[in-house]
Design a protein around this ligand. Sequence first.
Ligand code: AMP
Length: 132
Amino acid sequence: MGYGRVGSLVGSALARAGDKMVVIETSDDSLDKARLDGAEVFNGNAAEPQILGAANLAGARRLFVTIPEPFEAGQVVQQARAANPALDILARAHSDAAVEHLKGLGATLVVSGEREIAERMVERARGKTPLT
Ligand code: AMP
C-alpha cells in the first residue's frame, strides 16, 4: 500500500526476487512505476474498505503499509488484521506515538524512519558497520 519512496524500494526488491505483489496507490505516477515492476495495481485510498477489499488480504502472506499518514495507515492495519489474523503486517512510522498506534492495531512490525537512521549512525560511530 503506497508506492512512493519507501514502497517502491520494497517493491523493486520483491520484483527482483520474483514475488507476486498487489499495490494500492492514489498517485498515477506511483501506479505507473508499480505496474512497470510487475505489480497488480488498484487506484485509490488503501484505507477505504472497498479498495482494500479488492486486494484479497485473506489470501495474502505479507502486507507492507508504506503510506506515511499514521491515521490512514492505522485504518489499513486494523482492517487487514481483521481480514487475516495470520498476515505478516509490516508498517512504516515517523514517531514513537505512531509506532504504538500501529502496533496496537495489529501490525507485526513497525519501522520508524528516524529511529532507524539514528541507530545506523550510532552503529557506525561504534565501528559496527563497514565503510561503504
Ligand atoms: P513516500 O512518502 O515517498 O514513500 O510516498 C508515499 C506514497 O503513498 C505516495 O506515492 C502516495 O501517493 C501514497 N499514499 C499516501 N496515502 C495513501 C493512501 N491512503 N492510499 C494509497 N496510497 C497512498
